[in-house]
Every structure is written in C-alpha cells, then in structure tokens.
Ligand binder design. Structure first.
Ligand code: PMP
Length: 303
C-alpha cells in the first residue's frame, strides 16, 4: 500500500507521525468538528475535482461558532491546504477527505482552544450505477438528537454517538441501516445521511428544522431535481409514508445517492432502486465529475 500523507497542524507528514495527546479534549470528550469532502476523477487525464468545498467550509465555520471553537484559518488557505494534501499523495482517482478541527492539549470539556486541524485524504471509488446498493432500513427505536440538546446542525464527532446506537441496533436486528424519528415522532434522517422519498410522484424530504444535518448533498439533490423538472417538496414526513413510498434513498457526501428498498421489511415500491433515484444518481455522478457545464462552479480542480 502507498504511504499516506496528511496535513497536520501546519505541515504535511506521514500519517504515523500525526499524533495527539490522549488527554486532549478531542480524545476525551469528542471536542471536534469536521467535514467529509469528496473529490472525483474526471476526463481520464489525471484531473480530480473537489466538490462544493465552499459550502463545506461554510458549514465548518457554523459548527465552530456553535461549539465555541475559534476558526483558525482563512477559507482560501484551507482550500490551498486541501489541494496540497491531495497532491502530496499524488491521488488521481476518486478521493474522500476528512477535514477535522479539534481541541488539542490537555484541557477539559469546556476548553475553547487551542484549535488545530488535520486533513486526511483516502481513495474511495464512487457508487457503481450499474450495480447500485439496495439497503434494508428499519425505523430506529433510538430518537434523533435535537436542537435543544445536541444540535444535529453541528457536524461534531460527538453527535455520531447517537448515530452509533441506531446503527448498531439496526445491524443486530439484521438491517443495513436505521432511519431516525425525531422527538415529535416525524421522520428525520439516517445515521450519516439525509433521506428523500418519492410519494405520489413527488420528491419529498424533511425540512432543515426537522433535526437533521444541513446536508450539502441534500441541497445538491434539490437543485439537480429542479433542474430536471422534478417537483421537490420539503415537509414533515410520517413513518407510515415510508411504507407507502414509491422510492426512498439516502444522500450524503459518503452515501452519494443510495437506494433504500425496504423499511421494516416492507418493500419500497417494487423493492428495487426506482427510476427517479437512478436518474438523480446518474445526474449527480455526471455533475461531480464535471460532465455538466452549468454546475461547474461547484468544482475546484486539484491539478
Ligand atoms: N446527516 C448526517 C447525520 C450526516 O452525518 C451526513 C454526512 N455528512 C449527512 C446527513 C449528509 O451530509 P452531506 O451531504 O453534507 O455530506
């Protein structure tokens, strides 16, 4: 395996040399915020494009503000660091990047600094549209965190403890993934991805105040769907609507668009990835790899 270089506290080093104290607030209390960013190979000439990094940096700033962490860099510098890190690994294939701001040193859960950063890229191929995944989902018995205790809008490492409970329960019970309901009993999102349903022909997703992460892929899907002439609705979704939906899919930077073909063992539609999901997935993969000129402002070239 090729050695892996990561950006760590101001320099690019082999991953083995990127170490933090076991007493740091990030290690002890999960005091970190992060972004998962995808970069996609394009055109077969070694070029790779980072997707929607401006939006990722904006959300990272929001996460810092809500967590009481200072944001130590200019976003233009962060873009340069990200590019340098991928180049340092000579990656010319699809890449997934973890960019994390964390509280270092030996403070407590109330420490506001010092804030440090690492940028860790890893190769990760895109979904194969010819053989898309087809997930079995369950409604979790765990409730989604909400804005009055653990805001899902903050992309903090600690928020994933809630996702972990639901994910492990789903796996124990023989499902691929959970879907969370919120405090009000309405559908929220998956453990690490947002949710769309097609019901009576309308693409529908919970709104951004329904205990979800403000997902960048969710906003991309809404834009792409409108561009394809599809009606999109943001509204509350009941659990039983998931059993009656024609199509369901998760979306996220990592999930891209992943079809769900059953919920609580009830088949979704005909039990296979549906036509709306597949046409949006194809469109999404075309857009991220710079095949659709009108969305090229979302892409930043690495080379
Ligand atoms: N919800 C949760 C809980 C997530 O962890 C993610 C992954 N970041 C998403 C939604 C999707 O967000 P995005 O499209 O910005 O990756």
């Amino acid at each position: 395996m090729r050695g892996r270089n990561i950006w760590f506290k101001g320099s690019i080093v082999p991953v083995e040399q990127a170490n933090i104290s076991v007493l740091s607030p990030t290690a002890q209390f999960g005091l970190n915020v992060f972004e998962g960013i995808r970069c996609y190979a394009s055109g077969g000439n070694g070029q790779v494009f980072a997707f929607r990094i401006k939006e990722h940096f904006t959300r990272l700033l929001d996460s810092c503000k809500l967590m009481g962490m200072s944001f130590p860099y200019k976003t233009s510098d962060m873009r340069d660091y990200l590019i340098q890190t991928i180049r340092a690994n000579d990656y010319h294939e699809d890449v997934s990047v973890r960019l994390t701001l964390f509280i270092d040193d030996e403070g407590s859960w109330s420490s506001e600094g010092p804030v440090e950063m690492f940028i860790a890229p890893l190769t990760k191929p895109r979904i194969n549209v010819e053989a898309p995944p087809a997930l079995s989902a369950c409604i979790s018995t765990w409730e989604r965190i909400n804005d009055n205790c653990f805001p899902p809008r903050v992309k903090a490492g600690a928020n994933y403890i809630n996702s972990r409970y639901a994910h492990l329960e789903a796996k124990r019970n023989g499902y691929d993934c959970p879907i969370f309901l919120g405090r009000n009993g309405k559908v929220t999102e998956g453990a690490g991805a947002c949710l769309f349903m097609v019901r009576r022909g309308v693409l529908t997703t919970p709104g951004i105040t329904s205990s979800i992460l403000e997902s960048i892929t969710r906003s991309t899907v809404i834009t792409l769907a409108s561009g394809l002439g599809l009606q999109v609705l943001e509204r509350e979704i009941d659990r039983t609507e998931l059993y009656l939906a024609e199509e369901l899919f998760l979306c996220g930077t990592a999930a891209e668009l992943t079809p769900i073909t059953s919920v609580d063992r009830v088949p979704v539609g005909c039990g296979r990835p549906g036509p709306v999901t597949m046409s949006l997935l194809r469109r999404y993969l075309d857009v991220v790899s710079n095949q659709v000129a009108c969305y090229s402002e979302w892409l930043v070239p690495i080379y």
